[in-house]
Write a protein that binds this ligand. Sequence first.
Ligand code: BES
Ligand code: ZN
Length: 460
Amino acid sequence: MTLDATLAQIDADQPAALERLLALLRIPSISTDPAFASHCDLAADWLVADLGSIGVSAQKHTTPGHPMVVGHVEGPADGSGPHVLFYGHYDVQPVDPLTLWDRDPFDPEVQQTPNGPVIRGRGAADDKGQLMTFVEACRAWKAVHGEMPCRITFFFEGEEESGSPSLVPFMKENADLLRADVALICDTGLFESRVPSIITQLRGLLGEEIHLTGPDKDLHSGMYGGAAMNPIRVLTRILGNLHDDQGRIQVPDFYDGVPELTPEVAAQWEGLDFDHATFLGDVGLASPAGEQDRNALEMIWSRPTAEINGIIGGYTGDGFKTVLPSKASAKVSFRLVGQQDPHAIRENFRAWVKAQVPADVDVSFAPHGASPASQMSTAHPAFEACRGALGVEWGFDAAFTGCGGSIPVAGYFQSILGLESMLVGWGKDDDQIHSPNEKYDLESFHKGIRSWARILDAIR
Ligand code: BES
Ligand code: ZN
């Protein structure tokens, strides 16, 4: 049977594939909010059943958090082809602020837009739509060939959006279940929304919460203001000190382990012809805000960052209240590159904060995940095969690129299973992942499925 027959089957089955994705999107599997735990469970059940429908023997594995789904299927009887491990995550981000959504985030639908039809709903792009592109490609392959192209292990996580607390213990305990020759991860996007992209480096991520307490209760700022230390004043000074005027991060030793780009990678990125003006212009901005001696592509792919993701404190309701608050807190995250050590940075950050907290104010911290950056080796033959396959589907040669986001599992595949990961995905820059009105282009879904069929055909 030819690849064309599989592609034709994919095209013919699009309406049914879309219905299956919509069914998965209706399950509100928000991993970070305990109120949605039973829905995470349901999403895992849904995947087990769906894998079962294409002959994959899959199981839900309970963890202290949300369940993992692992499924296995054999390839051709002659045992040919590589054994691939496919990873995706079925959990999604919270939907708030709900008022900014144009419709119920868990009542997905296809909408027509000036740029073509889109699937609107939480998780459409990150990551349910993406993981289903692989499942649908396997379904079509099976329908046409009566067997899978190669031996495949499916691995779906339900805690990716909340720091993957169960991932490392699960992988260590179940290493034999997850053994394969190469990992495929579908949780990234196209370069500039057009060019298929194979990710060769991912940033790591470290999360910290700072909690400051000043007076032991909220006070009237007329009675106490001036005399009592305001914890928001302390917090904003510390946060304001995170970056200097040149955009460099001031935590001691923060840049230890940050490499310069090799000339080869620098030339490769130069060749991508990244449109700097459009990148920021598309979100209403014009001036790159990172280290002033770096360009925007470096800022998002190869430089570390510190971002303040949230500040809590004082009176934030309508109207006005002259409160001198007892407490103030902030959520801060660091994107890490190269050999930066998340644990050392956590320690250094805490010490740096503590040194700036005056008498009368107490500080405490809460940790939120710590994963190092990862660098893929592209030596596995799957990478070159994939590159060719993607060029045919998308009409552009696939690019080897960086990625500003973090997908900690790629590093764990390397360190725990000794597996290289090939990261490809079909998301677009305007998918609004993690934001209100998340969408996935129907084109991404359809061509993504076709892309996986081509990739599987090329690497089997
Ligand atoms: N799919 C994203 C990673 C991503 C983001 C890829 C942007 C390409 C472009 C992933 O689900 C994600 O959001 N990861 C989190 C990290 C996690 C530990 C909370 C992130 O990058 O913030
Ligand atoms: Zn994701």
